[in-house]
Design a protein around this ligand. Structure first.
Ligand code: FAD
Length: 474
């Protein structure tokens, strides 16, 4: 480590993430952020104050030893840094790109108060990308335990659970309903934010460690959870099936042609490559047309930025609260605006308007104002009487959240549910009301984050390992 004093380190300015110019990137699906060079990474790492009681680690849902890995980067020990991260995070190249660091590790950094938090996510991404390019192996798995575990769902919860279970010597099969693996990382988050090659490389690493993957396998349709535990002979099951069932606005006109849920729009574009020239995935033409996206989370930003790349003009985000309440990551909002997305706040749809052919042609919007805070602490949007406006629009995308898909839950009636319809679990272990069955990720919390889903997958893996060592297990 260079001998910089604390004062010198505090004086240094943060190293920004290099990114492609907005005008250039808005015309293609290539990654927006370019990643640090070696010199940039070391310069950023050298700003870390190496706190004795690091608050950043407390801010990380999977408790990565951030100070240690950043220290190793500043010493140019990248293999060592990769090893430190891998001890707690099985998807660092993904998390370095999509975690909401500003509300987690970076938000908890002591330098955050001065607006100069260490860019921990950028450093994690840098180390993970170097490790992948160099082919550094960071895990060695123990002898087989003879136990078999089924993981249902290949999103971050399932991947993290499978990685830890195989590392404990268990035989693991991941069942995925779709034809591609990765959950939201594959079908939701677009290529320009998270290149699919990165997700595929993480899955390949698990495959090399012996995890089996079965795609097009919808548990609850042919095989049920009970079948997995009985006829299929699995000793335990982890359910990481996410919350991929879109919510709708519940206003007239939602069935018009030209109205999408964000899930459908993003799945068609990302998973089914509708953006690739010559693709036969049907997608309503948006080029040169006006698109309105309802919602203000990451999904809404992804849908709007995707529409921009498909040539839509103008693209507007319509949100019933104000910019301050937007749940999307600050970086996503900034990138969306730089790419030309217009933010229209304090409006809520009351009706989607169609023509005789049943096509969307306009919207009736209610102007809103903020009232008293609701149960979640955010000020509630309230209609301003008499202030309704009509606008013309060609395509509307609804991105107001997702709930649990009822299919697996219906096929497993003895799983207790929470009030929100998600699977009820013991929060320390992920164990459900059904012996040998564990759950974690969005199917438990409702739509949340990649790192929280991973943390839940890892906790469940530890609990499953304990369970398999008891005489309750088959
Ligand atoms: C568009 C979008 C953008 C997002 N951006 C971010 C971001 O920037 N940062 C962030 O931290 N979070 C983001 N999130 C949230 C994050 O992606 C999720 O919280 C996370 O993926 C949840 O992981 P999971 O493993 O629980 O579920 P998922 O990722 O949803 O994976 C569940 C998997 O289970 C499969 N499945 C479902 N039912 C069955 C069944 N019956 N049988 C077999 N398989 C089944 C599904 O096909 C899916 O592949 C975003 C979400 C969306 C939709």
């Amino acid at each position: 480590m260079s001998e910089l004093s604390r004062r010198e380190r505090m004086k240094r300015e943060p190293v920004s993430m290099p990114e492609r110019p907005a005008g250039e990137r808005a015309a293609d699906f290539d990654e927006v952020n370019l990643g640090y060079s070696f010199d940039q990474a070391v310069a950023e790492a050298e700003r870390c104050l190496l706190c004795a009681r690091p608050t950043c680690v407390q801010g990380c849902p999977v408790s990565v030893d951030i100070v240690e890995f950043v220290h190793r980067v500043s010493n140019a020990d990248l293999a060592g840094a990769a090893e430190v991260i891998a001890a707690d995070n099985s998807l660092p190249a993904v998390c370095g790109r999509v975690c909401p660091q500003e509300t987690q590790c970076e938000g908890a950094c002591v330098l955050a108060k001065k607006g100069k938090a260490i860019h921990i996510g950028n450093l994690e991404r840098f180390v993970a990308d170097v490790a992948r390019a160099e082919g550094w192996a960071t895990t060695s798995d123990p002898a087989p335990s003879g136990r078999r575990v089924a993981v249902v769902g290949s999103g971050p919860a399932g991947i993290a659970c499978a990685g830890d279970l195989v590392g404990m010597g268990h035989e693991v099969t991941v069942f995925e309903a779709l034809h591609e693996l990765g959950g939201v990382l594959a079908y939701g988050i677009p290529e320009f934010r998270l290149p699919k090659a990165i997700v595929e490389a993480e899955i390949d690493r698990l495959r090399q460690r012996g995890v089996h993957f079965e795609t097009n396998a919808v548990i609850g349709m042919v095989d049920t959870v009970d079948d997995l535990l009985t006829t299929e002979g699995y000793d335990a099951v982890f359910l990481g099936v996410g919350a991929g069932f879109p919510r709708f606005l519940d206003v007239p006109g939602e069935n018009l042609v030209g109205v999408y849920s964000a899930s459908e729009f993003l799945t068609r574009v990302n998973l089914m490559r509708a953006y690739v020239a010559g693709s036969d995935t049907p997608l309503i033409e948006v080029e040169g047309r006006s698109v309105v996206v309802f919602g203000a989370g990451n999904t809404a930003m992804d849908a709007a930025r995707t529409a921009v790349r498909l040539g839509a003009d103008p693209v507007t985000i319509a949100y019933r609260r104000t910019r301050e309440e937007m749940p999307a990551r600050a970086e996503e909002v900034a990138h969306a605006e730089a790419e030309g997305v217009v933010l229209e706040t304090l409006v809520a749809p009351v009706e989607l308007l169609g023509n005789e052919a049943g096509r969307l042609v306009g919207l009736r919007l209610q102007r809103m104002e903020l009232g008293e805070p609701g149960d979640d602490g955010r000020r509630r949007p309230e209609p301003i009487p008499g202030e309704v406006l009509e606008v013309t629009v060609d395509v509307a995308i609804i991105a107001i959240g997702n709930g649990p898909n009822p299919l697996l839950l219906r096929a497993t009636p003895d799983l207790d549910r929470s009030e929100r319809g998600t699977i009820a679990v013991d929060s320390d272990t992920g164990s459900t009301s059904k012996p040998g069955v564990y759950a974690g990720g969005d199917i438990v919390t409702g739509g949340a984050t990649v790192i929280l889903a991973m943390g839940a997958g890892r906790r469940a893996a530890r609990a499953i390992d304990d369970y398999l060592g008891t005489d309750q297990a088959p």
